[in-house]
Design a binder for this molecule. Structure first.
Ligand code: PMP
Length: 405
């Protein structure tokens, strides 16, 4: 039998062995029902009970206040690129029906490929309206070559609109390895202090690749936080949305006033009214996510993962710095903006990168190739990756440095 590889993939990514074994049993017989999880009705009492538990496991561990609902959907992060625009523009129109579209803005903070992809989708969806897209800050403008995303933009470079329908940022850029820091006051944290304090903020955050890896700062100040499950908590197919209740609006009432119609599956009201099962949810993905979340709670919740994930990234970045000092590795992201989840660096020199990857593969380590758009090496350190597995790559990185110098 082929042994399981150490999987550093960026998503879909590794899941805990214990959960996979449990899930395999659940495929045959879910919750003592005599029916497998992929076969049972999403309206059965067994599944309904399980879904309630999944929600409370997220609510408890992330400390989600009662002002916010937790919704489950399909469509991934890409589905949410569209959903946030449609729902938040509908909300803005219902709040300010007198405002002309040419006066309506949506603000985006650009820090990498995924926030850029979100802007692209927003551009498509507003093509026939006069809604303006304001790039509130652009990480590229502050990079060494003017072309890459290598740091969180400095706080004095942000220009938010007066009353935007949404303010968008991507907490962790999976491709570029740029992440907003959690340490409040840190120069590379999201500039919450620049936003108005006297009103409900239309703040939207893509947490796809850092969800449940550590606590979410200022969670209560967000209108929407969303994440695809396929990094830290489960298989692809499930999207988790934390939405403040004032953002669950009657999108059809907004259409009557001139807004773009919203497909049901993208409407937060449709999902909320149907308690996340208005239509068939991704039953199996929800099941595995629930098992992962249960395990997380047993291990000590986010406090545990905050500490373990902190140690994991410290170890890998230490090896990157050693390699940098000896000309073997070149980190792509500036200190202070470096992601805990996706560590990206180059291995300069003819064929050096291929050699690094081949050596890793020989040692049973996979999924290290950088995203096809940027190349290089990417080490993803999601929750299911154990510290001992991180030690293995760190050891290999040191061997590689020795061999190369
Ligand atoms: N946002 C981020 C930060 C991502 O990492 C990804 C996918 N890797 C997406 C959005 C797109 O998500 P999906 O593939 O689930 O549509």
């Amino acid at each position: 039998e082929t042994p399981r590889a150490i999987n550093f993939g960026a998503g879909p990514s590794c899941l805990p062995d214990s959960v996979l074994k449990e899930a395999a049993a659940g495929l045959f017989n879910f919750a003592g029902s005599g029916i497998g999880i992929a076969e049972i009705s999403h309206r059965s009492k067994e599944f309904t009970t399980f879904l309630t538990e999944v929600e409370s496991l997220i609510r408890e561990q992330l400390n989600v206040p009662s002002t916010h609902s937790i919704l489950f959907a399909q469509g991934g992060g890409t589905g949410q690129f569209a959903a946030v625009v449609l729902n938040m523009l509908a909300r803005h129109r219902l709040l300010h029906p007198e405002v002309a579209d040419s006066e309506r803005t949506i603000d985006y903070v650009l820090t990498g490929s995924w926030s850029k992809a979100a802007v692209k989708e927003a551009t498509r969806l507003t093509a026939n309206s006069q809604v303006k897209i304001n790039i509130a800050a652009d990480g590229k403008a502050h990079s060494t070559d003017g072309k890459s995303y290598e740091s969180i933009p400095p706080h004095d470079s942000y220009t938010f609109s007066q009353d935007p329908a949404l303010i968008y940022y991507c907490e962790n850029e999976t491709v570029d390895g740029v992440q907003f820091s959690n340490d409040e006051g840190d120069a590379s944290s999201f500039p919450f202090h620049l936003l108005p304090k006297d009103k409900l903020l239309p703040l939207v955050a893509d947490y796809s690749s850092s969800f449940m890896s550590r606590p979410i700062p200022r969670l209560a100040d967000h209108a929407i936080i969303y994440a695809g499950a396929q990094k830290n908590i489960g298989p692809a197919g499930l999207t988790i949305i934390i939405v403040r209740q004032d953002c669950i609006v009657d999108v059809d009432a907004a259409v009557a006033l001139g807004s773009t119609p919203v497909p049901s599956v993208l409407s937060y009201k449709y999902l909320a009214d149907g308690k996340s099962v208005p239509n068939t949810p991704p039953v199996f993905s929800l099941y595995v996510a629930g098992l992962v979340l249960r395990r997380m709670k047993t291990l000590g919740g986010l406090a545990y993962f905050l500490e373990t994930n902190r140690k994991k990234q410290e170890k890998v970045y230490a090896a990157v710095r050693e390699g940098e000092a000896r000309g073997v590795f070149v980190p792509r992201v500036k200190e202070g903006s470096r992601s805990w989840m996706n560590i990206v660096f180059n291995v300069p020199g003819d064929g050096a990168e291929g050699k690094f990857l081949a050596g890793a593969e020989k040692r049973g380590m996979k999924g290290l190739k950088g995203h096809r758009s940027v190349g290089g090496i990417r080490v993803s350190l999601y929750n299911a990756l154990e510290e001992e597995q991180v030690d293995r790559i760190v050891q290999y990185m040191r061997e590689f440095i020795e061999e190369s110098t």
